[in-house]
Design a protein around this ligand. Structure first.
Ligand SMILES: [Zn+2]
Ligand SMILES: [Zn+2]
Length: 150
């Protein structure tokens, strides 16, 4: 049976692999997020974030592991207790999960498996960017569909 965008399962994990998850199908949207919370929690200029409905997400870590749960404004961070990577973020309002596409499984060449379906298609919260990105993707002030600013 061949995989379709609906049946594909992607696996992601933190740096050390203690905390892992599986996501079913393609995301609601996949973007580069320039919000100040991503900048602060990840220590990065921007984060490649895939948003999934809660029904498409499941934890897959071993029974003797569990992430640290850290509520912040508007969402909850799930951070690995060993390597401290943020493995997943759940939005408080709609319960959607925001997951870093850079944490997905790689092939033998270091490329993310099934990248096409999760490749970012825009930049969100671009108003608080710390670096200009000269690509052709749409740039939104907030979430996709908000005011275009690039
Ligand atoms: Zn870890
Ligand atoms: Zn963000």
């Amino acid at each position: 049976m061949s995989e379709t965008p609906e049946t594909i399962v992607r696996k992601g994990s933190c740096l050390c692999g203690d905390i892992s998850y599986a996501i079913h199908g393609n995301p609601l949207f996949s973007v580069y997020c320039h919000c100040t919370q991503c900048q602060r929690t990840d220590g990065a200029a921007f984060v490649s974030a895939m948003h999934y409905p809660s029904s498409a997400f499941s934890w897959t870590y071993a029974a003797d592991k569990e992430p640290a749960v850290e509520p912040i404004k508007g969402c909850t961070l799930y951070r690995c207790k060993s390597c401290r990577s943020c493995a997943a973020t759940q939005m408080s309002d709609n319960q959607n999960w925001a997951l870093r596409s850079t944490q997905l499984e790689r092939d033998e060449n270091g490329k993310i498996k099934n990248w096409d379906g999760v490749k970012p298609s825009g930049h969100i919260f671009y108003g608080t960017r710390v670096v200009d990105v000269a690509d052709d993707l749409p740039k939104w002030e907030g979430f996709p569909g908000s005011k275009r600013i690039g």
